[in-house]
Design a protein around this ligand. Structure first.
Ligand SMILES: [Zn+2]
Length: 566
């Protein structure tokens, strides 16, 4: 049906209906992209008791205006369903914001200056702790302890990389961790070493970081709760109303429970419980118990997170064929038989399984495990999903749809930054590199797409990722060729991944994900209509207002307050 016909139909209906009960809040004169099945545009929206009670033309909303109704004149601004971030680390990221925060520093000089400043700011702290440094700032993604010894001579220093898979430590920290030339690499971890002497260089990969991190001063419950509050403020400011916590154990779960108790949990949350790589399926009983304990506190902790492999840049992602320079293929964190048994057991217990898989072998191993679980337990509405999904073997693309597995991309990573040009493509060669982040191919295969930031690994702003998904170019260098342009997607596709797709993977599409009568009022107002601004400007468009269940959880200072109707 054409838009004009739709409007006429709605007006006709409104005219012959009795006056509706007055709504709490009315938004009108907007450009409302509802993201319903037909992708209807509307002008006005009425909200009562946290629910959407009307979506349609301006004329139709008048019936919902009573003396107590507040209203917002949108003056043509865009309205969307609240964004769903389907892979994010709000608690650890929020804690990091309060520590030595090294995110977004693009030069070594800038990074060193920031570290020096942190050391000067907290001279009395036992440790210098922080994170967010970018791997490509150092050859081989391996910073040296000697540099950190200079920047932080007195305090032991522990600085996580932005992707969380490597840690840079100084000599004092290595001493405290008891790491020297004779220390063996722990399972699923690597101590980077001087090739001649075997001495540790100061970069620890994956589980090797724990040799030092177990000596860090413990944080208290209030540190985690404060971190989560900081992160939620940021999320609401970017228009995020639903999120999937990508990896949680007790301390993180406690933070969600604390905010749920105090009424400060300003997003719909599903928590993925971290599966321990050092154990097999026998750990599932413990996860079942944990799920029940936190569900009693009002937290949906019914997902399990499996780290199938590491990352390509440091050679810890599992590939089907060897890395060009490293020579090896990387390791799966679980042997295939263990992964199969673990996935089958989790699936049987009704967990939604959320996998971290980056290399083509890890993606295949995960799909194989899902296939086996389905054969063993029978199909159910599980909506398992795989995050990151960086490198595909093309044969595995159609399997997402056929197995009902959601493709959970982090689209912000899909352009030729130095992670790609210096650390990834040289290790894969051109033929395999074609299949990095094939978002359009997944969409065309009929798979459900979801999207997330993986913050604090990278920017939490969904509009940064929306822009890269559409352009496959650097946000800051919008000119020039797209990277693998055939994998660009259109604006509707990526907005749907951030709304409908996210709601689907959270099993909450009856509640949210689109703006339709009867759904909860998770609604955002953007200063401009994304369909009318150049695609290279999406990341500059500000969110002005964020409503969760009809309640305001963010309002930009420039956006005028609601008015009363008389
Ligand atoms: Zn993550």
């Amino acid at each position: 049906m054409k838009k004009a016909q739709l409007l006429a139909l709605s007006v006709g209906l409104a005219a012959c209906e009795p006056k509706a009960p007055p709504a709490d809040l009315v938004l009108r004169t907007g450009r409302i992209y509802t993201l319903d099945d037909a992708r209807t545009w509307a002008e006005a929206l009425a909200i009562d008791d946290g629910r959407i009670v009307f979506v349609g033309p301006n004329a139709g909303v008048d019936a919902f205006v009573g003396p107590e109704t507040r209203f917002v004149d949108l003056e043509g601004k865009m309205v969307l369903p609240g964004f769903h971030d389907s892979h994010v680390h709000p608690v650890s990221g929020g804690v990091e914001l309060g520590q030595c925060n090294l995110n977004g520093l693009s030069t070594r000089e800038g990074l060193f200056a920031a570290i020096e400043e942190c050391a000067a700011r907290t001279p009395d702290e036992e440790w210098l702790v922080g994170g967010g440094w970018d791997l490509p700032l150092f050859p081989g993604a391996s910073p040296h302890r000697s540099e950190l010894d200079r920047l932080s001579p007195d305090q032991p220093a522990y600085l996580s990389s932005a992707d969380g898979h490597s840690t840079w430590v100084n000599s004092r920290a290595l001493d405290i961790g008891g790491i020297d030339a004779t220390t063996p690499d722990p399972p699923n971890g690597r101590i980077e070493r001087d090739p001649k002497t075997g001495e540790p260089t100061g970069t620890l990969r994956e589980s090797a970081s724990a040799l030092v991190s177990k000596h860090l001063p413990p944080l208290g419950p209030e540190d985690y709760a404060e971190g989560l509050k900081r992160a939620l403020r940021m999320a609401n400011g970017f228009g995020i109303t639903s999120l999937i916590e990508a990896s949680a154990r007790d301390r993180t779960l406690e933070a969600y429970a604390a905010l749920a108790r105090s009424g400060e949990l300003t997003a719909r949350v599903r928590v993925s419980l971290t599966v321990d790589e050092s154990k097999d399926e026998s750990q599932v009983d413990e996860l079942v118990e944990m799920r029940a304990r936190y569900q009693a506190e009002g937290i949906r902790a019914d997902a399990a997170k499996i780290f199938a492999d590491g990352v390509i840049e440091s050679g810890t992602a599992a590939l089907l064929e060897p890395y060009v320079d490293f020579g090896h293929r990387g390791e799966l964190n679980f042997k295939q038989e263990v992964l199969n048994r673990l996935v089958a057991r989790l699936d049987k217990e009704g967990f939604q399984i959320h996998v971290h898989a980056i290399g083509d072998r890890a993606i295949r191993a995960s799909l194989d495990a899902f296939e086996k679980a389905r054969a063993a337990n029978g199909p159910r509405d599980s909506r398992h999903h795989i995050s990151h999904i960086e490198l595909f073997h093309p044969d595995d693309i159609p399997r997402f749809r056929s197995l009902g597995v959601v493709a959970n991309f982090q689209p912000l990573w899909a352009f030729a930054d130095t992670y790609i040009t210096d650390l990834t493509e040289p290790q894969l060669g051109p033929e395999r590199s074609r299949w990095l982040y094939p978002i359009k191919s997944l969409k065309d295969s009929g798979a459900v797409l979801a999207a997330g930031s993986d913050w604090s690994v990278s920017s939490m702003n969904p509009l940064d990722a929306v822009q890269v998904a559409v352009t496959r170019r650097d946000l800051r260098a919008p000119e020039g060729p797209s990277w693998i342009p055939e994998e660009r997607v259109d604006l509707d596709t990526i907005l749907a991944a951030y709304s409908r797709g996210g709601a689907y993977v959270q099993h909450q599409e009856a509640l949210t994900g689109s703006l339709e009568v009867g759904k909860r009022a998770d609604v955002i107002v953007l200063e401009k209509n994304l369909f009318e601004v150049p695609e290279t400007e999406f990341h500059r468009v500000k969110v002005l207002l964020t409503l969760l269940d009809g309640n305001e959880v963010f309002r930009d200072a420039s956006f005028p307050p609601n008015r009363q109707s008389n």
